[in-house]
Design a protein around this ligand. Structure first.
Ligand code: ADP
Ligand code: CIR
Length: 363
């Protein structure tokens, strides 16, 4: 049934669940009855609905944010943006009345990018490094509001753009449909491919018409990859073994700059690049290492404290909501909005250098 277009539960039912449940999400906090009544029967200029935006948050009491944008217009249409802005400010600044404005994109000069260097030249701590950004097609709906034809159109546009990449970035597109399970599982195990088993994303309509338009593009060495129509229209990814952040980030920046000449991405003054989940707005950038810290991980509180101090987010080795294995953690920048791309990567670099220093002291 996943191949069908996803249809949310009726908005009244979702609203009732949200009221009756114990959710502590930003959605519950900011969706007042007045706003609910104003939006419940309206559509955005791209055709999205309130039910699509709140479905996941209403069905998952544990959601912290609880809202997804049905389409890019939800961030800009007059009646909708008020609700989204409260949640965006609250999430990104800790204050719903906050006024953080996202700067213009800035990836750093060539010299700055080179100066990022290698986080762990000895290779003792950093297993691998990955930097990703998300992009959305301007004017196209996000998964809950997209139709089969939209996914097909986005896949075609994406593949046309990706096929013009040259040199190290040149690669091949592999549609998910028709890819055998063993190949999929191997690519997931090796951290290259997305999985489709997140019920939070599923209940947001993220798997609508699955696996239409979904797939992965990658170069020969799998150091540059692009996910098509997973959570976002695009996830551009640069990754490799070891800690050479400068090289990895440089590769990603050249891919982004090339793709920007081929298509128009959804972007707004003050919010940066627009994404399905408001937590990714702004730079949309997550720079991470898989770092081996057996000593620090004996007392998870120490690691947690360093992460808090440097504004880093620890995840397990198989991504968000997975567990750490063998003392290896996924450590990344937490902040995506209100800073430049170069600042976001640098924040990860500084925090990870500190983690390595502390681990080395204990080793
Ligand atoms: P994102 O939000 O960046 O897409 P997820 O937490 O969903 O991240 O992880 C996606 C995949 O990327 C997972 O398989 C995860 O293990 C992998 N991954 C993340 N960071 C690294 C890294 N530094 N090295 C290798 N794989 C990584
Ligand atoms: C929540 O509200 O907690 C979930 N919808 C997830 C928020 C984090 N975003 C994400 O994984 N893309």
């Amino acid at each position: 049934q996943w191949r069908q277009q996803w249809i949310s539960k009726p908005v009244e039912e979702l609203w009732d669940s949200l009221q009756k449940g114990k959710s502590q999400s930003l959605l519950k906090k900011h969706l007042t009855e007045a706003t609910y009544k104003k939006l419940k029967d309206k559509k955005t200029t791209l055709g999205g609905t309130l039910a699509q935006c709140i479905s996941s948050g209403a069905l998952h009491e544990g959601s912290k944010v609880g809202i997804y944008a049905c389409d890019p217009a939800a961030y800009s249409d007059p009646d909708w943006k008020e609700l989204f802005n409260l949640i965006i400010q609250d999430y990104h600044t800790g204050n719903a009345a906050g006024t953080v404005k996202h700067p213009q994109p800035s990836f750093g000069t060539d010299a700055e990018i080179d100066s990022l260097g290698d986080l762990d030249p000895t290779g003792q701590f950093v297993v691998s490094t990955r930097v990703r950004v998300a992009r959305s097609h301007a004017g196209m709906p996000f998964p809950p509001a997209a139709k089969k034809e939209d996914f097909e159109k986005m896949e075609k546009l994406g593949c046309e753009g990706l096929s013009t990449l040259t040199g190290e970035l040149a690669g091949t597109y592999y549609p998910l449909r028709g890819m055998d399970k063993a190949t999929q599982n191997k690519m997931i195990e090796d951290h290259f491919l997305f999985r489709a088993d997140d019920s939070v994303l599923g209940d947001a309509g993220g798997y609508s018409c699955w696996d239409t338009g979904r797939g992965i593009f990658h170069n020969k060495d799998k150091t540059f990859l692009t996910w098509l129509n997973e959570e976002d229209h695009f996830r551009f990814i640069s990754m490799q073994k070891g800690g050479n952040l400068g090289q990895i980030y440089k590769r990603l920046v050249s891919a982004i700059k090339h793709m920007e000449t081929k298509m128009k991405f959804a972007k707004m003054d003050g919010l940066g690049y627009l994404t399905f989940c408001p937590t990714n707005l702004g730079t949309t950038l997550r720079a991470s290492v898989h770092v081996r810290v057996p000593m620090l991980s004996k007392d998870p509180k120490v690691l947690k404290d360093i992460c808090a101090k440097y504004n880093l987010q620890p995840r397990g080795v198989h991504g968000e909501h997975s567990d750490s294995k063998g003392g290896i953690y996924d450590i990344s920048n937490r902040q995506r909005l209100g800073l430049t791309e170069f600042q976001a990567v640098t924040a990860m670099k500084n925090g990870v250098l500190e983690i390595i220093k502390e681990e080395a002291k204990l080793t």
